[in-house]
Design a protein around this ligand. Structure first.
Ligand SMILES: Cc1ncc(C[n+]2csc(CCOP(=O)(O)OP(=O)(O)O)c2C)c(N)n1
Ligand SMILES: [Mg+2]
Length: 341
């Protein structure tokens, strides 16, 4: 793998119940995303939708260490982060369908997910914007003496924004309880890391300049993510200040939308195939089966339960009303209202 990451031996392994629950979590994200992909061409989901198939590992392993009160912030590719934090699936699908019952009342779409009860504080597509919002939230939480940590997910592209560096600096100075999680999938839209960032500098190394400890690992290996996130989160909870984890991973679908995009030639078939071999869900399934942790019976149960839940969520969305036109500008940033006049 690039950036010097190996499929390292994992020193500490979670107990079997935790590993099964992580497998179920990753499988659930995959099955939700696949259903969106399968139904997208029906033209009922009309918002830009960034699919996270291939990237299920990081949210799965990180969230296994989070309490409901811990706060998560995310960006445009947020479905996995939202689902792993146990945010409401029905409201997510209804949001993508633009319905009144959606988590942002049908006004935000896929890129504006939120579920405050679950500690999923929001996602927004302006790159790095939620990094500074998350750091501000962590500062407030620290001042109030709240016993929680903040996880902020972002992609490699977001680390080229000034807000990323400013927010990390601030978090480092005030030793805020933040875990920065960079899902490095090698690309910002169609541009690869090597034409965007200095050769040999890893994203996690930027942390050191801001007093933020950093490490890098295989984001497709759920046990690795669990181990790294567990260590970092325990240190942050103990008051050790912010950390950044960089997880190497890969997106399978086009940047935005449900389709394949190898025809665009910005990435090679060989590269794609090598990453599909490292499918975080299939590899974990194989590993847990080989170790006798995951039985055929449990696998069938998970698949059936999740398929049922997903189907109910889509039915809920499709049977929900659209927001009424006289409430079109309610809960929308006032500038939009002004602009529409
Ligand atoms: C400030 C800003 N500039 C440009 C864009 C357009 N844009 C949307 S996603 C994206 C690439 C993001 O790459 P990365 O952060 O690596 O996330 P990934 O899509 O790979 O998950 C860009 C440039 C934006 N949303 N915000
Ligand atoms: Mg990226």
């Amino acid at each position: 793998m690039s950036n010097g990451v190996s499929n390292s031996n994992v020193a500490a392994i979670a107990d079997n119940d935790t590993r099964l629950s992580m497998y179920r979590c990753a499988l659930r994200i995959r099955m939700v995303e696949q259903e969106i992909v399968d139904r997208y061409s029906e033209q009922e989901m009309r918002c830009p939708t960034h699919i996270c198939i291939g990237q299920e590992g990081a949210p799965t392993g990180v969230s296994a260490h989070l309490k409901r009160d811990d706060a998560v912030f995310s960006a445009h590719r947020s479905h996995g982060h939202y689902l792993a934090k146990n945010a409401d699936l029905k409201e997510m699908i209804a949001e993508i369908y633009g319905r009144e019952t959606g988590c942002a009342r049908g006004k935000g779409g896929s890129q504006h997910l939120i579920d405050l009860d679950a500690g999923f504080m929001g996602s927004a597509p302006i790159l790095a914007s939620t990094i500074s919002v998350g750091v501000g939230y962590a500062w407030a939480a620290k001042q109030r003496g709240e016993d929680k940590i903040v996880v902020i997910y972002f992609g490699d592209g977001a680390t080229e924004e000034g807000a990323f560096h400013e927010a990390m600096n601030f978090a480092g100075v005030f030793k805020l309880p933040v875990l920065f999680v960079c899902e490095n999938n090698l690309y910002s839209v169609h541009s690869k890391m090597d034409i965007r960032q200095p050769e040999g500098r890893r994203v996690c190394d930027v942390g050191a300049a801001h007093g933020v400890a950093g490490s890098i690992g295989d984001g497709n290996n759920i046990d690795t993510v669990w181990e790294m996130a567990g260590k970092a989160i325990a240190e942050i909870r103990a008051g050790g200040g912010p950390q950044i984890l960089e997880f190497m991973t890969y997106r399978w679908k086009e940047h935005c939308g449900p389709n394949e995009d190898l025809n665009l030639n910005y990435r090679s078939q060989e590269e794609f195939d090598a990453w599909v071999e490292k499918d975080p869900v299939a590899v974990y399934e194989e590993c847990l089966r080989a170790e006798g942790v995951l039985s055929d019976e449990a696998l069938t149960t998970y698949r059936t339960e999740i398929a049922d839940e997903v189907s109910q969520a889509f039915d809920f969305a499709k049977n929900s009303p659209f927001p009424p036109t006289d409430q079109l500008f309610d809960f929308v940033y006032p500038a939009a209202k002004g602009a529409a006049k």
